[in-house]
Design a protein around this ligand. Sequence first.
Ligand code: ADP
Ligand code: MG
Length: 228
Amino acid sequence: MSKNLRIEHVSRIYEVGGRKVTALQDVSLLVKPGQVVALRGRSGSGKTTLLNCIGGLDRPSNGRIWLGAEEVTDMAERRLVQLRRRHIGFVFQSHALLPTYSARENVDLMLRLAGFSRQERQTRAGQALKLVGLGKWQDHRPFELSGGQQQRVAIARALAPRPAVILADEPTGELDSATGQQVLRLFRQIADEQGTAVLIATHDLAVDAFADEVVHLVDGRVHPPKSE
Ligand code: ADP
Ligand code: MG
């Protein structure tokens, strides 16, 4: 489903023991369907906070986030749950696959949460696993797969509901550089073939070659600041 993701003047300020920590400051960004945007910055620069705000896991202190015509920053918790299950796919550094479930069962579980029928789950899980190159591995459990393959299962799981946006937080953090490149290439392919918008938070410089846009965060701000 093609939807623009609009981030408008988003700030997030945490209160820690009476002290204010500015995690994000006036961040604006437009991500269009099929675009890959790399969010780069050092540890502590606000990358995870931004992804969490987009995915409705956290709420900005100021500013708004829109997915298509819907304002994420205004949504009731119930609708946010739906949003996270159907319209936004998450990929994390440690993929958190269920160890006793096969690759296919891990993907199927996500589709079940998203409310798809048995038949639809079968089709979508098969397609997603094939797209990530694991068609032949779908009955294998995580411990029978390499780190790169496990991350591809996690990507298939995020992708299977055909979300408008995939949010990937340090998706290559635990992979060697060659495997990391394969994963980045896969995100590029997903964006190109499915029209999914992909946001990748990382300090991996290799991401630049696969991204349409690289956004640098320094202390919670986009750097250099965009002139308006
Ligand atoms: P990154 O993902 O780029 O490493 P984060 O978004 O995790 O950066 O963190 C940005 C800043 O916000 C850091 O200074 C961090 O300590 C702070 N921060 C993040 N989450 C919280 C929280 N839940 N409570 C207080 N401070 C936080
Ligand atoms: Mg982070």
